[in-house]
Design a protein around this ligand. Structure first.
Ligand SMILES: Nc1ncnc2c1ncn2[C@@H]1O[C@H](COP(=O)(O)OP(=O)(O)OP(=O)(O)O)[C@@H](O)[C@H]1O
Length: 269
């Protein structure tokens, strides 16, 4: 199966700080791919590259076989959770409707078709009961379900999720991650899921990209989430404990954002 996301020799650098270098990666349709790492390691920047919002320092990034571009209709995007202001003049179904009315359809759907699709999506995310409630009055978890519905509206080939579980309680974390997994398995969307915490999605993840200290590792959770690999990435002894199907990382260094610094001519690294 052809990959839907491809990176070749991809490097991202800000000033002299390398976030990652020489990354070769293929993500295939129907793959659940997690991007993990500490604060400032470059997870959001990785998504921005795929969104066409961040140029690589070197190498190339392809989406659906063509170079990434802003506004690609292959992408669905669940942004980091921020609450809507209480007086946001929009009902839950209007928010989902923004996704349904989007570019993928070429022309606006006829009103009745659009309404049917919105109802379907609200049902999928379990939000039918509050369809007509102003979004600003909904809880964080309820709002996040709507963002998922909006991102799923076009059946995207690539679903980019930026910490979609942040500040959700455990129940809503499970509901939202199960929904994203459903899209991945049933609709064959490739999911790129940025997170600090692998445990809420541990049952779904096929492979991870772990970013830390200006370096990275790609592989299955079993391959990457080990004492040996993470200690190497953090350049410090880190203990990875597997217990009851969960992964606990102990002893993460405080300064988790030590990046590799590139020396320019005449300078020491
Ligand atoms: N446009 C930019 N110019 C300079 N530095 C940047 C730019 N964008 C991001 N950075 C830096 O790159 C690093 C990685 O940022 P990024 O937001 O990708 O990290 P992250 O892994 O998503 O972090 P967090 O977990 O805290 O959200 C940060 O130190 C950030 O300050």
């Amino acid at each position: 199966m052809k990959p839907v996301v491809s990176l070749r020799g991809a490097s991202l650098q800000f000033g002299k700080r390398a976030l990652w270098e020489d990354l070769d990666l293929d993500i295939r349709p129907g793959e659940f791919f997690a991007v993990l790492g500490p604060n400032g390691s470059g997870k959001t920047s990785f998504l921005k590259v795929l969104l066409g919002l961040q140029d690589l320092h070197a190498g190339r990034a392809m989406l659906g076989g063509v170079p990434v571009e802003r506004g690609s209709n292959l992408i669905g995007y669940i942004p980091q959770q921020k609450s809507f202001a209480p007086d946001t003049p929009m009902r839950a179904r209007d928010l989902v409707g923004l996704g349904v009315d989007g570019h993928r359809w070429g022309m606006r759907l006829r009103m009745s078709n659009a309404n049917r699709r919105i109802d379907e999506l609200l049902e999928v995310v379990g939000a039918s009961d509050y369809a007509k409630v102003p979004v600003g009055l909904l809880s964080g978890g309820e709002q996040q379900r709507l963002r998922v519905a909006q991102a799923l509206a076009t059946d995207p080939e690539v679903l980019l999720c930026d910490e979609p579980l942040l500040s959700l309680d455990m129940h809503h974390q499970q509901a939202v991650s199960a929904l994203i997994n459903k899209q991945c398995r049933e609709k064959n969307s490739a999911v790129v899921f940025v997170t600090h915490e692998i445990n809420p999605i541990i049952d779904y993840v096929d492979r991870v990209l772990y970013l830390a200290g200006g370096s990275f590792r790609v592989g299955t959770p079993e391959e990457v989430m080990t004492t040996e690999v993470l200690s190497e990435l953090y350049e410090s002894h880190v203990e990875v404990i597997h217990a009851n199907g969960r992964i606990v990382v102990v002893g993460l260094p405080d300064a988790t954002t030590h990046h590799h610094v590139h020396a320019t001519a005449g300078e020491a690294a």
